[in-house]
Design a binder for this molecule. Structure first.
Ligand code: ATP
Length: 475
């Protein structure tokens, strides 16, 4: 299947089965915003739960949930007011607006696809040296990069565009009332560093984790949930003693990569990509990239941010951000290793990773396409489904009883509509790991069949054992 079609199939499945809908669809949708439907919200919650537990079920990490609106000085200190910008360019003929760096990167990919590697290398080298919007413009004009819409090189100059959404606090809409929707969750952690030190018993090294919404007024949104204007992040800042950051960076890189693998990511679908160009405050940075149907894309960044953020907050707030080591009496502003993952992008990566279409034999001996979401059982939105084989002879009642019992522990569905084969397909399509059928034999000997999603193997077990069986299998 062509890669592009794979994404289309995933998006259409996501809509049809209630994972993701376009935001405000009845009004024509709102660009860059998506809604999670009944199954999507469960999948997203499972991704976030898995992350939250992997972080906070450790002795050395605490959680917080900071407000989305923060004091505007926060964003001056963090550098977002001045520098959280993307370079923007418009084509005068088509009026299409692009991010200049993405326009160049896409052009490089097209050159490589045509085996024009020397030319691509040269443009890539220049891209790595860009310092100002004008530098992007020069590259675009020198290389003669055309607008993908109009095909012309009739470009405006490149301008920096700040990605933060602005709003006003209180009734008066003047500059003193400006606040921003946070573009990342990290700053809510930094500003609470002292509060957490003072209220918990943590000693360095320790971390603070947070999951929450972030907003960026992206110039172009594209590729479904990959680049949106409202999204969720799962971020953790690990505070360490200066000089230990290199070793901590390596450790977190491995932990985070293994977290994805532990939730079923295929071995070749992830790679680590060190940043070509480090931000001025970082001394190491790497992205975890997933191979989406449209190509490799970042799902998480791991950054060694030195003491930049705490120093800046110390400077802008006038409040000390130092840590005192009680055993040595040493005082210092800690260094930080940050693991910054998108919950929404991870959701999309897990969805793509799970999606598969295969040809199987149908009930009449012909062939049919089986669409399966092969989620790790921990992520699957529905853990099991109960089917009475037929709607008589006490099977629905027995099935319903089992369903109600399982519902106390798991997200389960009950389905008594249509042929069992079709009910299996419906569950395969949403990634339910186990389907339990109550049949004639169940009434005689108290057993049911349990069918596993991926192997499609069935086995008979006692009804009284189903709960334990699932508890075991879903761990
Ligand atoms: P990109 O280069 O793709 O814009 P970034 O390097 O700006 O991403 P970070 O600021 O490091 O991203 O954000 C951390 C994580 O937040 C990313 O790895 C990604 O998973 C997620 N993220 C960032 N921007 C968006 C967005 N517009 N839509 C969805 N997720 C996003």
């Amino acid at each position: 299947m062509a890669q592009k079609n794979a994404l289309d199939s995933i998006i259409s499945l996501a809509k049809r089965r209630g994972f993701v809908f376009q935001s405000s669809e009845i009004y024509g949708g709102l660009n860059g915003c998506w809604d999670y439907g009944p199954l999507g919200v469960e999948l997203l919650r499972n991704v976030k739960d898995a992350w939250w537990k992997s972080m906070t079920f450790r002795d050395d990490i605490e959680g917080v949930d900071a407000a989305i609106l923060m004091h505007p000085r926060t964003w001056e200190a963090s550098g977002h007011v001045g520098q959280f910008t993307d370079p923007m360019i418009d084509n005068k003929t088509s009026k299409a607006r692009h991010r200049a760096d993405n326009l160049i990167e896409d052009y490089i990919t097209r050159l490589r696809n045509k085996n024009k590697n020397l030319e691509a290398d040269e443009i890539e080298r220049r891209l790595g040296e860009v310092e100002s919007p004008e530098d992007y413009y020069t590259i675009i004009m020198d290389a003669g990069i055309p607008d993908p819409v109009s095909g012309t090189t009739d470009w405006t100059e490149v301008r920096n565009f700040n990605l933060m959404f602005k709003t006003f606090i209180g009734p008066v809409e003047d500059t003193s009332a400006v606040v921003y929707l946070r573009p990342e969750t990290a700053q809510g952690i930094f500003v609470n560093f002292k509060n957490v030190v003072d209220s918990s018993r943590q000693k360095i090294p320790f971390g603070i984790a947070q999951i929450g919404k972030a907003f960026r007024n992206e110039i172009n949104t594209k590729n479904f949930l990959f680049r949106t204007r409202e999204f969720e992040q799962m971020e953790m800042q690990y505070f360490v003693a200066p000089g230990t950051e290199a070793q901590q960076f390596e450790q977190w890189r491995e932990i985070r990569l293994n977290w994805f693998f532990g939730l079923g990511m295929k071995p070749d679908s992830l790679r680590l990509k060190p940043h070509d160009k480090l931000a001025h405050y970082a001394n190491a940075a790497v992205d975890i990239e997933y191979q989406f149907p449209f190509g490799w894309g970042e799902i998480e960044g791991i950054h060694s941010r030195t003491d930049f953020d705490l120093q800046r907050h110390q400077e802008y707030s006038g409040k000390k951000m130092e840590y005192v080591d009680a055993s040595t009496n040493e005082r210092y502003v800690p260094y930080v290793i940050e693991t910054s993952a998108g919950a929404s992008r991870s959701f999309m990566a897990f969805l793509c990773n799970a999606f598969s279409e295969e040809t199987v034999t149908d009930e009449k001996g012909g062939s049919e396409t089986r669409t399966v979401l092969r989620f790790s059982p921990r992520l699957a939105p529905v853990k099991a489904a109960v089917f009475p084989l037929v709607n008589r002879e006490g099977m629905p009642e027995l099935g319903e009883k089992l369903y109600k019992e399982l519902q106390q522990n798991f997200a389960v569905q009950f389905d008594d509509k249509g042929a069992v084969g079709r009910r299996y397909r419906r569950q395969d399509e949403i990634g339910t790991p186990y389907c339990i059928t109550v049949d004639g034999q169940s009434l005689e000997d108290g057993t049911v069949t349990v069918r596993e999603r991926d192997s499609m193997q069935q086995q008979r077990i006692a009804i009284s054992n189903v709960r334990h069986y699932l508890l075991d299998a879903l761990m």
